[in-house]
Structure formats: C-alpha cells, structure tokens
Design a protein. Structure first.
Length: 340
C-alpha cells in the first residue's frame, strides 16, 4: 500500500528524489505515489514507473480535490515547491504568491490523512553571515530574496500547524532548505544567456556577489530521499519539526563561477557588479528580459551579498558519505559537463 506521495515527480528535484529512492532501494516501489498535474496515462515515463510498481496519480494545484484524492492513503508527502514563479512577481501579497499553491497542497494532505509533510524550500536566509546579522539586530532572519518570499511564507504556515500528535488534525513537518543548484548557475550569471548559442559577451552584469554553497541536483535528490526513508523512530526524533539545510561547505562566489565558465567555454567572461537599479535597467532595456521577472530576481543578489547562501552545515556531506563514501559534486564539474 502506498505510504509516500511525491509532487513534482517529473521535475528536476522531484525526479531526482524519486530516482534515488528507487535506485538505492530506499523505499519499495509499491510504497510510492508519484503525482502529476497532467494525465498519468500520457507518458512512457509514467508507464515505466507503473511497470516497476509505483502508483501514478493526477494532482493539480488548481484542483484541491484532486490533490486530496492523490494523497489519500499516504502518511507522508514530499511537497516540491511549485515552479510557477510568475505568481510571485510584482511583490505578490501574502496568499497570492506561490505559497497559495503550497498551502492548498498542505491542507489537502491534512484532509487526506497525511501525517508528515516534507517541504523543499530553498537555501536562502540561513547562511552563517545572515544568521549572525539577524541575531545581532533582532530581525527574524527572513530572506531579502524575492525568490525566497513564498518559501518563507510556506515555512511559516507549516510551523503554525499543530503536530500530528494533536487530536485536532495536526501534521508534522520537515523543512528542507535545498542548496542553490549547481545546474542553476546560468540564472545567477546573466539570466541563462551564457548557455544560449551565439552569446559572445565578455562581461556579465550582476547586482551583487558573495559566497554560495551550491549543490548538484542529484546529490540533493539522494540526500532528500535518504531523509524520507528514515524509520519511524528517527523520523520522530530527528526530523519532525526540523529545518535542515542541504548544501556544500565549500562556497563559491559568482566571480569564481565566471572564471570556471571562462575556462570551460574557452572564452573569457568577466563579472561586473552594479547596483540593483542599474542591473534592472540593463536587462530590461538592453537584453529584453521581462521587467517583472528582473525586478523579482534582482533582490537575489542582495541576499547573496549579505551571506544568506553561505552555509557551513555538513549534513549533505554526511548523508552522501553513507552511500559508498560519496562526496558532493563540485560546481566546477557541473559547469564542465554543461559545456562539453
């Protein structure tokens, strides 16, 4: 009988978690429900999973009843954050950003009888420098990054709920702050344009720089899968109510990433750090990037500069080491592969 539901199972992170659960025999296929917003019958990928014993069910953020039906019978849910970033644009008010979808999924899980939600948040706002600054100022430690706003709100909602032991329909939670993907460096270094054909720029404009604890998607998938596979005693003792950061302990700046990209593509690219207003004008007026997106994204650099992504948490490395001494994949290797 299925006990674990996974949203976003066809996406990068959700797919990596599912793949690692199966390839490392961390969960029996018959215990897993992979959900899709589309039809569970329209893809060879879904059929391959069904052939292995994984249940595939339809679940759409736009249809809470479909989520409740998909989660029915499961005791755990991996809630992978929705990629609909447009919901966050224009300083979306509370309840109007992506957190609206996340809250709907959490409420559907509670109604379906799920006892524990694991939420994939993002590795902002809890870096060493940011944490020290928040402690010294009395601030809550919430991120400056617009990309983190919906995550902050979702985290707050989860923390507001009573635990599963509460007779009023509570639910346990684990917040997994996944490190910035190795594979996402193009977003931080010029909005993805350095990977498009014919981009001959020798200078990339950003609105700030700082130390970033990157992590490869497959490493995050394996670590997340291992946490999901914890037994009942470990789950209750270690993960219920916990906020965990999964990131490397060897941070790399955007300037260092630019040097790696230069070497990998055989063409030098320099980093130019400017103010946020100049950054926004440059990408909107000269590069033709959507204004609402640029304004939302540019705050990311404020957070990076303040050390929000500089983590010294060895959790990811410790979990990976349990799998034959595996070590986190350096961003340098990812960059080399992307340009190979």
């Amino acid at each position: 009988m299925p006990t674990l539901a996974i949203t976003g199972a066809s996406g990068k992170l959700g797919g990596a978690v599912l793949r690692n659960l199966l390839s490392h025999d961390l969960s029996p296929p018959a215990s897993i429900v992979a959900t899709t917003s589309g039809s569970p019958d329209d893809s060879p990928r879904w059929q391959a999973l069904k052939d292995r014993g994984v249940a595939v069910r339809h679940a759409s953020y736009d249809d809470p009843a479909s989520m409740e039906a998909a989660f029915r019978g499961c005791t755990r849910l991996l809630l992978v954050s929705t990629p609909r970033i447009g919901m966050d644009f224009d300083d979306a008010a509370p309840g109007r950003g992506r957190e609206a979808h996340h809250v709907a999924a959490i409420d559907a899980a509670r109604a379906a009888g799920v006892r524990h939600v694991y939420y994939t948040s993002l590795g902002f706002g809890s870096g060493a420098a940011a944490g020290a600054a928040a402690a010294g100022s009395g601030m809550s430690g919430r991120s400056k990054a617009g990309v983190m706003r919906a995550h902050d709100r979702t985290e707050a909602y989860l923390r507001s709920l009573p635990p599963a032991s509460d007779s009023s329909g509570g639910i346990d939670h684990t917040i997994l702050r996944e490190g910035l993907y190795n594979e996402s460096w193009p977003l931080y270094l010029g909005h993805g344009e350095l990977l498009t054909g014919g981009d001959e720029r020798e200078e990339v404009v950003v609105a700030g720089d700082g130390r970033i604890s990157w992590a490869a998607i497959d490493d995050l998938g394996l670590a997340t899968a291992a946490i999901l596979a914890a037994g009942d005693e470990e789950r209750a003792r270690r993960w219920a109510g916990a906020t965990a950061t999964l990131a490397t302990t060897a941070p790399v700046t955007l300037r260092e990433v630019a040097a790696m990209v230069s070497k990998a593509r055989g063409r030098k690219v320099e980093l130019k750090v400017v103010g946020r207003d100049e950054h926004e004008r440059y990408y909107v007026e000269r590069r033709g990037v959507e204004e609402a997106y640029v304004k939302w994204w540019s705050t990311t650099y404020d957070a990076v500069r303040d050390g929000e992504c500089d983590h010294q948490d060895p959790l990811l490395e410790r979990i990976l080491a349990r799998f034959g001494g595996r070590k986190p994949k350096p961003i340098r290797e990812t960059i080399e592969e992307m340009f190979a």
